[in-house]
Design a protein around this ligand. Structure first.
Ligand SMILES: [Zn+2]
Length: 429
Protein backbone atom coordinates (compact mmCIF):
# COMPACT_ATOMS: atom_id res chain seq x y z
CA UNK A 1 0.00 0.00 0.00
CA UNK A 2 1.18 3.51 -0.80
CA UNK A 3 2.49 5.58 2.06
CA UNK A 4 2.54 9.35 2.46
CA UNK A 5 4.11 11.41 5.21
CA UNK A 6 3.31 15.11 5.71
CA UNK A 7 5.33 17.37 7.97
CA UNK A 8 6.09 21.05 8.53
CA UNK A 9 2.45 22.25 8.53
CA UNK A 10 0.38 23.77 11.31
CA UNK A 11 -2.03 20.93 12.03
CA UNK A 12 -5.66 21.49 13.02
CA UNK A 13 -7.02 17.99 13.64
CA UNK A 14 -10.59 19.22 14.44
CA UNK A 15 -10.78 16.56 17.17
CA UNK A 16 -12.48 16.91 20.56
CA UNK A 17 -9.31 18.32 22.17
CA UNK A 18 -9.50 21.37 19.89
CA UNK A 19 -5.72 21.68 19.80
CA UNK A 20 -3.54 23.24 17.12
CA UNK A 21 -0.31 21.28 16.66
CA UNK A 22 3.02 22.57 15.37
CA UNK A 23 5.71 20.07 14.31
CA UNK A 24 3.26 17.18 13.97
CA UNK A 25 3.86 14.49 11.37
CA UNK A 26 0.90 12.79 9.70
CA UNK A 27 1.31 9.34 8.16
CA UNK A 28 -1.04 7.81 5.60
CA UNK A 29 -1.10 4.22 4.40
CA UNK A 30 -3.59 3.12 1.76
CA UNK A 31 -6.76 5.16 2.31
CA UNK A 32 -6.33 5.69 6.08
CA UNK A 33 -4.44 7.97 8.46
CA UNK A 34 -1.97 5.70 10.24
CA UNK A 35 -0.43 8.10 12.74
CA UNK A 36 -0.35 11.68 14.01
CA UNK A 37 2.78 12.24 16.09
CA UNK A 38 5.69 14.52 16.92
CA UNK A 39 9.08 13.76 15.56
CA UNK A 40 10.89 12.69 12.42
CA UNK A 41 9.09 12.63 9.08
CA UNK A 42 11.15 9.67 7.85
CA UNK A 43 9.01 6.61 7.15
CA UNK A 44 10.23 3.69 5.08
CA UNK A 45 9.05 3.96 1.47
CA UNK A 46 6.77 6.92 2.09
CA UNK A 47 6.22 9.85 -0.28
CA UNK A 48 7.19 13.01 1.61
CA UNK A 49 5.00 16.13 1.35
CA UNK A 50 6.52 19.26 2.84
CA UNK A 51 3.79 21.32 4.49
CA UNK A 52 5.99 24.28 5.46
CA UNK A 53 4.08 27.56 5.34
CA UNK A 54 0.76 25.66 5.23
CA UNK A 55 -2.14 24.71 7.47
CA UNK A 56 -3.23 21.06 7.36
CA UNK A 57 -6.93 20.37 8.00
CA UNK A 58 -9.38 17.52 7.40
CA UNK A 59 -10.70 17.72 3.82
CA UNK A 60 -13.50 20.29 3.54
CA UNK A 61 -16.99 18.86 3.01
CA UNK A 62 -19.54 20.59 0.79
CA UNK A 63 -22.80 19.36 2.33
CA UNK A 64 -25.20 20.72 -0.30
CA UNK A 65 -24.70 21.31 -4.00
CA UNK A 66 -26.06 20.53 -7.46
CA UNK A 67 -22.95 19.82 -9.52
CA UNK A 68 -24.64 19.46 -12.91
CA UNK A 69 -25.82 23.08 -12.67
CA UNK A 70 -22.27 24.42 -12.87
CA UNK A 71 -22.73 25.22 -16.58
CA UNK A 72 -25.47 27.69 -15.55
CA UNK A 73 -22.92 29.89 -13.79
CA UNK A 74 -23.60 33.49 -14.79
CA UNK A 75 -26.78 32.61 -16.72
CA UNK A 76 -29.38 32.95 -13.94
CA UNK A 77 -28.65 35.94 -11.76
CA UNK A 78 -30.60 38.61 -9.89
CA UNK A 79 -33.98 36.83 -9.88
CA UNK A 80 -36.37 35.77 -7.12
CA UNK A 81 -36.15 32.07 -6.18
CA UNK A 82 -39.37 31.09 -7.94
CA UNK A 83 -38.55 33.04 -11.15
CA UNK A 84 -34.98 31.75 -10.98
CA UNK A 85 -36.28 28.15 -10.82
CA UNK A 86 -39.15 28.30 -13.30
CA UNK A 87 -37.75 30.73 -15.91
CA UNK A 88 -34.10 29.72 -15.89
CA UNK A 89 -32.98 26.67 -13.91
CA UNK A 90 -35.68 24.12 -14.78
CA UNK A 91 -35.74 24.94 -18.56
CA UNK A 92 -31.93 24.79 -18.72
CA UNK A 93 -31.89 21.54 -16.74
CA UNK A 94 -34.42 20.02 -19.14
CA UNK A 95 -32.24 21.02 -22.12
CA UNK A 96 -29.25 19.10 -20.78
CA UNK A 97 -28.40 15.57 -21.93
CA UNK A 98 -26.79 12.94 -19.68
CA UNK A 99 -23.50 13.65 -21.44
CA UNK A 100 -23.87 17.39 -20.69
CA UNK A 101 -24.48 16.61 -17.02
CA UNK A 102 -21.39 14.46 -16.90
CA UNK A 103 -19.15 17.28 -18.19
CA UNK A 104 -20.81 19.91 -16.01
CA UNK A 105 -20.36 17.70 -12.95
CA UNK A 106 -16.73 17.21 -13.79
CA UNK A 107 -16.19 20.97 -13.96
CA UNK A 108 -17.77 21.32 -10.50
CA UNK A 109 -15.57 18.58 -9.08
CA UNK A 110 -12.39 20.17 -10.44
CA UNK A 111 -13.39 23.51 -8.93
CA UNK A 112 -14.16 21.83 -5.60
CA UNK A 113 -10.86 19.95 -5.55
CA UNK A 114 -8.96 23.16 -6.30
CA UNK A 115 -10.67 24.81 -3.35
CA UNK A 116 -9.84 22.04 -0.87
CA UNK A 117 -13.12 20.10 -0.91
CA UNK A 118 -12.69 16.32 -0.66
CA UNK A 119 -16.30 15.21 -0.25
CA UNK A 120 -19.72 16.54 -1.24
CA UNK A 121 -23.43 15.83 -1.07
CA UNK A 122 -25.21 16.31 -4.35
CA UNK A 123 -28.77 16.46 -5.63
CA UNK A 124 -29.01 16.38 -9.42
CA UNK A 125 -31.22 15.29 -12.29
CA UNK A 126 -29.60 12.38 -14.15
CA UNK A 127 -27.10 11.24 -11.58
CA UNK A 128 -25.25 8.43 -13.41
CA UNK A 129 -23.13 11.12 -15.12
CA UNK A 130 -22.40 12.64 -11.70
CA UNK A 131 -21.26 9.27 -10.35
CA UNK A 132 -19.11 8.64 -13.43
CA UNK A 133 -17.43 12.06 -13.09
CA UNK A 134 -16.85 11.34 -9.42
CA UNK A 135 -15.12 8.03 -10.09
CA UNK A 136 -12.91 9.72 -12.69
CA UNK A 137 -11.94 12.72 -10.54
CA UNK A 138 -11.53 10.77 -7.29
CA UNK A 139 -13.73 12.86 -4.97
CA UNK A 140 -15.91 11.28 -2.32
CA UNK A 141 -19.67 11.86 -2.64
CA UNK A 142 -23.18 11.04 -1.56
CA UNK A 143 -25.40 11.63 -4.56
CA UNK A 144 -29.17 11.67 -4.92
CA UNK A 145 -31.54 12.00 -7.84
CA UNK A 146 -33.69 15.14 -7.41
CA UNK A 147 -37.26 13.83 -7.22
CA UNK A 148 -40.02 16.34 -8.04
CA UNK A 149 -43.46 14.86 -8.47
CA UNK A 150 -44.42 17.45 -11.10
CA UNK A 151 -41.65 16.04 -13.32
CA UNK A 152 -42.57 12.46 -12.47
CA UNK A 153 -46.34 11.91 -12.81
CA UNK A 154 -46.00 8.18 -13.53
CA UNK A 155 -43.34 7.70 -10.79
CA UNK A 156 -40.90 6.22 -13.29
CA UNK A 157 -38.09 8.47 -12.08
CA UNK A 158 -38.79 7.54 -8.47
CA UNK A 159 -38.69 3.82 -9.25
CA UNK A 160 -35.48 4.27 -11.28
CA UNK A 161 -33.88 6.24 -8.42
CA UNK A 162 -34.72 3.50 -5.93
CA UNK A 163 -33.28 0.86 -8.26
CA UNK A 164 -30.14 2.94 -8.79
CA UNK A 165 -29.70 3.43 -5.04
CA UNK A 166 -30.08 -0.30 -4.40
CA UNK A 167 -27.48 -1.17 -7.02
CA UNK A 168 -24.93 1.37 -5.68
CA UNK A 169 -25.52 0.13 -2.14
CA UNK A 170 -24.83 -3.44 -3.27
CA UNK A 171 -21.65 -2.21 -4.97
CA UNK A 172 -20.37 -0.65 -1.72
CA UNK A 173 -17.95 1.66 -3.53
CA UNK A 174 -15.47 3.35 -1.15
CA UNK A 175 -16.03 6.82 -2.69
CA UNK A 176 -19.55 6.96 -4.12
CA UNK A 177 -22.84 6.21 -2.37
CA UNK A 178 -26.44 7.21 -3.03
CA UNK A 179 -29.23 8.77 -0.96
CA UNK A 180 -32.90 9.41 -1.72
CA UNK A 181 -33.65 13.02 -2.67
CA UNK A 182 -37.19 14.32 -2.33
CA UNK A 183 -36.49 17.82 -3.74
CA UNK A 184 -38.72 19.59 -1.18
CA UNK A 185 -42.03 19.27 0.59
CA UNK A 186 -43.67 21.69 -1.88
CA UNK A 187 -42.74 19.52 -4.89
CA UNK A 188 -43.94 16.17 -3.44
CA UNK A 189 -47.40 15.02 -2.25
CA UNK A 190 -48.00 12.65 0.65
CA UNK A 191 -48.54 9.49 -1.49
CA UNK A 192 -45.38 10.22 -3.48
CA UNK A 193 -43.38 10.80 -0.29
CA UNK A 194 -44.90 7.68 1.32
CA UNK A 195 -43.70 5.54 -1.58
CA UNK A 196 -40.23 7.08 -1.25
CA UNK A 197 -40.05 6.53 2.51
CA UNK A 198 -41.15 2.92 2.13
CA UNK A 199 -38.15 2.41 -0.17
CA UNK A 200 -35.90 4.41 2.18
CA UNK A 201 -36.82 2.15 5.11
CA UNK A 202 -36.32 -1.01 3.01
CA UNK A 203 -32.90 0.13 1.82
CA UNK A 204 -31.82 1.87 5.03
CA UNK A 205 -31.29 5.01 2.93
CA UNK A 206 -30.33 8.52 3.96
CA UNK A 207 -32.43 11.50 2.79
CA UNK A 208 -31.36 14.82 1.24
CA UNK A 209 -34.05 17.50 1.03
CA UNK A 210 -34.52 21.30 0.83
CA UNK A 211 -36.42 22.54 3.91
CA UNK A 212 -37.98 25.92 4.84
CA UNK A 213 -35.99 27.91 2.30
CA UNK A 214 -38.51 30.72 1.74
CA UNK A 215 -41.43 32.41 3.48
CA UNK A 216 -43.59 31.44 0.47
CA UNK A 217 -42.87 27.77 1.23
CA UNK A 218 -43.66 28.28 4.91
CA UNK A 219 -46.94 30.17 4.27
CA UNK A 220 -48.11 27.68 1.65
CA UNK A 221 -47.35 24.76 3.96
CA UNK A 222 -49.27 26.34 6.84
CA UNK A 223 -52.24 26.95 4.55
CA UNK A 224 -52.20 23.43 3.11
CA UNK A 225 -51.36 21.34 6.15
CA UNK A 226 -51.79 23.67 9.15
CA UNK A 227 -48.22 22.89 10.19
CA UNK A 228 -44.66 24.01 9.47
CA UNK A 229 -42.63 22.09 6.82
CA UNK A 230 -40.56 20.50 9.60
CA UNK A 231 -43.68 19.32 11.47
CA UNK A 232 -45.09 17.84 8.25
CA UNK A 233 -41.83 16.08 7.41
CA UNK A 234 -41.73 14.57 10.88
CA UNK A 235 -45.36 13.46 10.70
CA UNK A 236 -44.78 11.87 7.29
CA UNK A 237 -41.82 9.93 8.66
CA UNK A 238 -39.22 11.62 6.45
CA UNK A 239 -37.14 12.86 9.39
CA UNK A 240 -37.15 9.39 10.95
CA UNK A 241 -34.66 8.37 8.27
CA UNK A 242 -31.18 9.92 8.71
CA UNK A 243 -31.68 13.29 7.01
CA UNK A 244 -29.54 16.12 5.71
CA UNK A 245 -31.71 19.21 5.27
CA UNK A 246 -30.55 22.17 3.18
CA UNK A 247 -31.31 25.82 4.05
CA UNK A 248 -33.59 25.47 7.14
CA UNK A 249 -34.02 29.24 7.28
CA UNK A 250 -37.60 29.75 8.44
CA UNK A 251 -37.72 27.57 11.56
CA UNK A 252 -39.30 28.09 14.96
CA UNK A 253 -38.22 26.72 18.32
CA UNK A 254 -40.35 23.58 17.96
CA UNK A 255 -38.86 22.90 14.50
CA UNK A 256 -35.37 23.07 15.99
CA UNK A 257 -36.39 20.67 18.77
CA UNK A 258 -37.71 18.22 16.16
CA UNK A 259 -34.42 18.45 14.23
CA UNK A 260 -32.44 17.78 17.41
CA UNK A 261 -34.66 14.87 18.41
CA UNK A 262 -34.47 13.29 14.94
CA UNK A 263 -30.71 13.93 14.53
CA UNK A 264 -31.17 15.98 11.34
CA UNK A 265 -28.07 17.76 10.00
CA UNK A 266 -28.94 21.30 8.85
CA UNK A 267 -26.89 22.68 5.96
CA UNK A 268 -26.20 26.40 5.90
CA UNK A 269 -25.78 27.87 2.39
CA UNK A 270 -25.04 31.53 3.13
CA UNK A 271 -24.09 32.74 -0.37
CA UNK A 272 -27.12 31.17 -2.03
CA UNK A 273 -29.43 32.43 0.71
CA UNK A 274 -28.11 35.97 0.29
CA UNK A 275 -28.20 35.88 -3.52
CA UNK A 276 -31.77 34.56 -3.70
CA UNK A 277 -32.80 36.76 -0.73
CA UNK A 278 -34.13 33.66 1.01
CA UNK A 279 -33.24 34.91 4.48
CA UNK A 280 -30.69 34.14 7.20
CA UNK A 281 -30.43 30.69 8.75
CA UNK A 282 -30.34 30.82 12.55
CA UNK A 283 -27.15 28.79 12.79
CA UNK A 284 -26.48 29.83 16.39
CA UNK A 285 -30.03 28.96 17.46
CA UNK A 286 -29.73 25.55 15.77
CA UNK A 287 -26.42 24.84 17.54
CA UNK A 288 -27.93 25.94 20.85
CA UNK A 289 -30.80 23.49 20.29
CA UNK A 290 -28.27 20.67 19.78
CA UNK A 291 -28.57 20.44 15.98
CA UNK A 292 -25.46 19.73 13.89
CA UNK A 293 -24.82 22.45 11.29
CA UNK A 294 -22.86 21.80 8.09
CA UNK A 295 -21.96 24.15 5.22
CA UNK A 296 -22.92 24.01 1.58
CA UNK A 297 -22.29 26.07 -1.52
CA UNK A 298 -25.59 25.21 -3.22
CA UNK A 299 -25.12 25.37 -7.00
CA UNK A 300 -23.04 27.68 -9.18
CA UNK A 301 -26.33 29.14 -10.43
CA UNK A 302 -26.96 30.68 -6.99
CA UNK A 303 -23.48 31.27 -5.56
CA UNK A 304 -21.58 31.43 -8.14
CA UNK A 305 -18.58 29.48 -6.82
CA UNK A 306 -18.04 26.18 -5.08
CA UNK A 307 -15.72 27.16 -2.25
CA UNK A 308 -16.35 26.04 1.32
CA UNK A 309 -13.62 28.39 2.55
CA UNK A 310 -15.73 31.19 1.07
CA UNK A 311 -18.87 29.85 2.76
CA UNK A 312 -17.07 29.69 6.14
CA UNK A 313 -16.31 33.39 5.91
CA UNK A 314 -19.78 34.35 4.71
CA UNK A 315 -21.59 32.10 7.23
CA UNK A 316 -19.77 33.83 10.03
CA UNK A 317 -20.21 37.38 8.71
CA UNK A 318 -23.87 36.87 7.82
CA UNK A 319 -24.72 35.47 11.26
CA UNK A 320 -23.08 38.42 12.98
CA UNK A 321 -24.96 40.89 10.77
CA UNK A 322 -28.25 39.03 11.21
CA UNK A 323 -27.97 38.61 14.98
CA UNK A 324 -26.51 42.08 15.55
CA UNK A 325 -23.89 40.26 17.60
CA UNK A 326 -20.20 40.20 16.63
CA UNK A 327 -19.64 37.06 18.72
CA UNK A 328 -22.09 34.99 16.63
CA UNK A 329 -20.85 31.97 14.67
CA UNK A 330 -17.13 32.59 15.16
CA UNK A 331 -14.21 31.14 13.21
CA UNK A 332 -14.08 27.87 15.19
CA UNK A 333 -17.77 27.15 14.60
CA UNK A 334 -17.36 27.81 10.87
CA UNK A 335 -14.44 25.35 10.65
CA UNK A 336 -16.32 22.74 12.68
CA UNK A 337 -19.33 23.04 10.33
CA UNK A 338 -17.08 22.67 7.26
CA UNK A 339 -15.42 19.49 8.56
CA UNK A 340 -17.23 17.61 11.34
CA UNK A 341 -20.62 19.06 10.43
CA UNK A 342 -20.04 17.81 6.89
CA UNK A 343 -19.00 14.38 8.19
CA UNK A 344 -22.33 14.17 10.03
CA UNK A 345 -24.14 15.19 6.83
CA UNK A 346 -22.61 12.20 5.04
CA UNK A 347 -23.32 9.92 8.02
CA UNK A 348 -19.63 9.13 8.55
CA UNK A 349 -18.62 11.01 11.70
CA UNK A 350 -16.72 7.94 12.83
CA UNK A 351 -14.22 8.13 9.97
CA UNK A 352 -14.38 11.60 8.34
CA UNK A 353 -14.05 15.23 9.44
CA UNK A 354 -11.04 14.81 11.75
CA UNK A 355 -7.34 14.07 11.39
CA UNK A 356 -7.05 11.02 13.63
CA UNK A 357 -5.42 7.65 13.50
CA UNK A 358 -7.70 5.21 11.70
CA UNK A 359 -9.76 7.93 10.00
CA UNK A 360 -9.97 8.19 6.20
CA UNK A 361 -7.04 10.07 4.66
CA UNK A 362 -9.02 13.02 3.26
CA UNK A 363 -6.69 15.96 3.83
CA UNK A 364 -6.35 19.56 2.68
CA UNK A 365 -3.14 21.55 2.86
CA UNK A 366 -3.57 25.32 2.49
CA UNK A 367 -0.80 27.89 2.01
CA UNK A 368 -0.89 30.50 4.75
CA UNK A 369 2.14 32.55 3.79
CA UNK A 370 0.59 34.96 1.30
CA UNK A 371 0.37 38.74 1.69
CA UNK A 372 -3.35 38.45 2.49
CA UNK A 373 -2.70 35.93 5.30
CA UNK A 374 0.37 37.56 6.82
CA UNK A 375 1.51 37.69 9.58
CA UNK A 376 0.92 34.24 11.07
CA UNK A 377 -1.71 34.43 13.81
CA UNK A 378 -4.55 32.18 14.96
CA UNK A 379 -4.73 29.66 12.06
CA UNK A 380 -8.46 29.07 12.62
CA UNK A 381 -9.07 32.81 12.23
CA UNK A 382 -7.00 32.82 9.02
CA UNK A 383 -8.95 29.85 7.63
CA UNK A 384 -12.32 31.50 8.18
CA UNK A 385 -11.55 35.15 7.55
CA UNK A 386 -8.39 35.52 5.44
CA UNK A 387 -7.60 32.46 3.31
CA UNK A 388 -9.07 31.86 -0.14
CA UNK A 389 -9.76 28.93 -2.42
CA UNK A 390 -6.68 29.63 -4.53
CA UNK A 391 -4.45 29.24 -1.44
CA UNK A 392 -5.15 25.49 -1.50
CA UNK A 393 -1.89 23.64 -2.14
CA UNK A 394 -2.51 19.90 -1.85
CA UNK A 395 -5.63 17.76 -1.65
CA UNK A 396 -5.66 14.08 -0.73
CA UNK A 397 -8.79 11.92 -0.94
CA UNK A 398 -8.65 8.39 0.46
CA UNK A 399 -4.84 8.49 0.35
CA UNK A 400 -4.72 9.64 -3.32
CA UNK A 401 -2.96 12.94 -3.99
CA UNK A 402 -5.33 14.62 -6.48
CA UNK A 403 -3.93 18.16 -6.29
CA UNK A 404 -0.35 19.08 -5.48
CA UNK A 405 1.22 22.54 -5.39
CA UNK A 406 -2.06 23.83 -6.81
CA UNK A 407 -1.96 21.56 -9.91
CA UNK A 408 -4.11 18.54 -10.73
CA UNK A 409 -2.01 15.41 -10.67
CA UNK A 410 -4.18 13.18 -12.85
CA UNK A 411 -6.83 15.30 -14.58
CA UNK A 412 -6.76 17.47 -17.71
CA UNK A 413 -9.00 20.45 -16.97
CA UNK A 414 -8.72 21.98 -20.48
CA UNK A 415 -11.04 19.49 -22.18
CA UNK A 416 -13.59 19.85 -19.37
CA UNK A 417 -13.59 23.64 -19.72
CA UNK A 418 -13.95 23.50 -23.53
CA UNK A 419 -16.91 21.09 -23.34
CA UNK A 420 -18.65 23.15 -20.67
CA UNK A 421 -18.34 26.34 -22.73
CA UNK A 422 -20.25 24.59 -25.57
CA UNK A 423 -22.91 23.21 -23.22
CA UNK A 424 -23.52 26.59 -21.60
CA UNK A 425 -24.14 28.14 -25.03
CA UNK A 426 -26.68 25.57 -26.18
CA UNK A 427 -28.74 25.41 -22.95
CA UNK A 428 -28.98 29.17 -22.29
CA UNK A 429 -32.56 30.56 -22.16
ZN1 LIG B 1 -30.20 23.31 -3.34
Amino acid sequence: MDRIVIDGATLIPCDDDGQVLENAVVGVEGDRITFVRDGEPHWEGARHIDGSGCILIPGLINAHTHVAMTVMRGSADDLSLMDWLSDKVWPMEMAMSDEDRYWASKLAMLEMLKSGITCFLDMSLGTEGVAKACLETGLRARICEALLETQDPDRKRLDAAVEQLASWKARAHPLVDFDLGPHALYTCTRPYMDRMMEAARDLDARIQIHVAETTVELDECRRKYGMTPVEVLEEWGVLHQPTTAAHCIHLNERDREIFAKCGVTAVHNPSSNMKLAAGIMGAEALLAAGVTVALGTDSSASNNNLSILGEMRRASLLQKAGDGDATSFGAGKALFAATRGGAAAVGRSDELGQIREGYLADLTLIRADGLHSWPPADPISHLTYALRADDVDTVIVGGRVLLHRGEFTEIDSQEVMARCREIATHIRV
